[in-house]
Design a protein around this ligand. Structure first.
Ligand code: ADP
Ligand code: MG
Length: 228
């Protein structure tokens, strides 16, 4: 469904991505692993058109979207729960969800079923939510666009263990609904439970790719490329 081929990207004269290849099938969940600063967010920003690909191509659902502006990619079915969450702080929780809603199976009711916490906080300003609630809102807001592919950049970063478990449970539920996912996170154990396949990124190069079983077995690659 998504095929990223040989993308190169960077900031000014600093090149960050040196030919990144990755693919995600319909309904598949895939992780992108790597230490800080290796280019994970840069890869995501390039997929969403927030950063220009200087080389390579991005094909989504058979369409070459490499040159498309971000809003057109969103309409085509790409949704992002961004690093740092970036909820709309001047809006209530409900307004955040309605601002991006598009017709489909994911409705306010369905995202409230997924995260009852958001139903309780519906009329509260998003600015006063806890970190965990903001992350739930970021995920719920992305789902309200009824995406074909949901991308989560640092899915549980900075959250307490109990809240992390809450998020992972929800992501398994989303996965079960057939939404394809690309997940960036540090927790390998949770990622292997939710994702089918994994990629490791080192200094803008994909250095390893494999299934959850292969990742569990790949002690050497985990140590060398992730420091784990
Ligand atoms: N807006 C930016 N301007 C300049 N350099 C950036 C910018 N964002 C990220 N970088 C640099 O690009 C590299 C990759 O960053 P990033 O993609 O955020 O890594 P990751 O998400 O894997 O932690 C890092 O060296 C980082 O300092
Ligand atoms: Mg990042």
């Amino acid at each position: 469904m998504l095929e990223v081929k040989g993308i190169e990207a960077g900031y000014g004269t600093a090149q960050v991505l040196f030919g990144v290849d990755l693919a995600i099938g319909a309904g598949e969940a895939v992780s992108l692993l790597g230490r800080n600063g290796m280019g994970k967010t840069t890869t995501v920003n390039t997929i969403f058109g927030l950063l220009r690909a200087r080389a390579g191509s991005i094909v989504f659902d058979g369409a070459d979207i490499t040159g498309w502006p971000p809003h057109r990619r969103a309409r085509a079915g790409l949704a992002l729960a961004p690093e740092g969450r970036q909820v709309f702080a001047t809006m209530t929780v409900r307004e955040n969800l309605l601002a991006v809603a598009r017709s489909g199976g994911w409705t306010i009711r369905r995202v409230h079923d997924l995260f009852p916490e958001l139903a309780q906080r519906a009329d509260v300003s998003a600015a006063v939510l806890s970190g965990g609630e903001q992350q739930m809102l970021a995920i719920a807001r992305a789902l309200m666009t009824n995406p074909r592919l949901l991308v989560l950049d640092e899915a549980t970063e900075g959250l307490a263990p109990q809240v992390r478990r809450r998020i992972w449970r929800a992501l398994r539920d989303v996965r079960a609904e057939g939404v394809a996912m690309l997940i960036i996170d540090k927790n390998i154990a949770d990622l292997t439970r939710v994702c089918d396949r994994h990629y490791m990124l080192v200094k803008g190069h994909i250095v390893w790719a494999g299934t959850s079983a292969a990742l569990t077995a790949a002690e050497d690659a985990r140590r060398r490329h992730l420091g784990l």
